[in-house]
Design a protein around this ligand. Sequence first.
Ligand code: AMP
Length: 534
Amino acid sequence: MEASALESLYTSLVPLASHADLETYIQRIADGDTSPILTNQPITTLSLSSGTTEGRQKYVPFTRHSSQTTLQIFQLAAAYRSRVYPITPGRRILEFIYSSKQFKTKGGLIAGTATTHYFASEEFKIKQEKTKSFTCSPEEVISSGDYKQSTYCHLLLGLHFHDEVEFITSTFAYSIVQAFRTFEELWRNICSDIREGIVSSRISLPKVRKAVSDIISPNPGLASWIEASCKELEDKDWFGLIPKLWPNAKYVYSIMTGSMQPYLKKLRHYAGDLPLVSADYGSTESWIGANIDPSSPPENVTFAVIPTFSYFEFIPLYRQNQNCSSSIDDFIEDEPVPLSQVKIGQEYEIVLTTFTGLYRYRLGDVVEVAGFHKGTPKLNFICRRKLILTVNIDKNTEKDLQSVVEVGSQLLGKTKAELVDFTSHADLVKQPGHYIIYWEIKGEADDKVLSECCNEMDACFVDQGYIVSRKTHSIGPLELCIVERGTFKKILDHFIGKGAALSQFKTPRCTADEVLLRILNVCTIKRFHSTAYG
Ligand code: AMP
């Protein structure tokens, strides 16, 4: 059969689906039904998507094919990186990676995050052999289940092997930033462990203690060098921490696009003059594309779709005219097209048919075709399609919020404060409804500046629905809540407690979750209301 005829036949017989359409089938699998429900071969493992973007975790089938494609994309990306930034074979990678706990479903299937399954798989070991780069931390550290102890040990071992480290990496950039924020506080303890060759009592998990103790030995020379370097770094507010402590590191490698963009500034600060290489694009459901231009700055990175990983379709999306307020978001959809028919400059939602039994599954990500590489499209990640902030006719996505916060937080530059993290909430209880943006900041900012930040953000939403509603007061003034230091750590802990893994954690940029709102509201220390619209 001709490829295009086969494509037409397939799309005429199989409807588009969302996770909700498949949930009952996946639940049957989780409950132990081994009949060929979604795939011919029974599914024995389920992944939990991070759930931080959707608000709740979802089960997604995971097979050997999933680990194999992870290995393939990692090898491919490593090959492209080595063209631009060659590394010395046989050396080390400082990897801030974390497994969550694996558990059994009612039907006895193993469940955990996709990264957890991968770190536990044979493919993770094969990748190290094939790319001739070895992670600093042993398996016991990666899978300790306690991210604070893992982070401490990653840092300790990273420093133990400091002159062998060729690059520093994590799945999402958030993990690197949180690790070095921890380092700023705990470097003295780490130094003392290196001096004595004894692991700090804060590492209480026996398996982890033993695994790390077997590697380190007293090294007063290294400890003194780290101490002197850290004192120097402290005076520079830790600018250039990475090249200072890991002098042979060639680059920093992690996902820095999409919801990770707000951490870029801090990452650049730590990386000094080292290049930041933005990592590949994928999801728990399937890997999608590789960054084949590693030297391009994270803001411009594109992902070349690997057409063999899944069957890809693309739903063309058109920004609709602003007067139309009936539909669920800002887009009008056209009929899905196969990968071979996408057009440069057009935005699409990705649809996947995977080898793990998801058929014509809407991923919910919006991408733009930026060009082609040998016939396969190179995609710009735009945003999650879901709206996060909406009160009435206003429509704002995570990307809209991110842009507004970026502009608003630039005003903090006038002071000695920096934005640590943020989230938001559409408050519909008080009438008229309004947006609340929560900020955690480090350092001192006076109220006048914070109040300017609040006004600036209110004025910066470009969505016509929002502007019109603000002018007519059917949406109330934007509220900026400053939360105390450590609030976003509490939010992270809340998610980890529910089974999320730090490796896949993404701070929810908007929340209606009662527990999270309670944490945020209890921790609010200052409130500002915008006067931008009078
Ligand atoms: P997960 O829940 O961990 O499966 O998250 C997958 C989602 O993370 C994707 O659907 C994207 O929204 C986002 N994501 C993954 N890789 C990237 C990337 N390179 N750039 C931007 N967003 C990404």
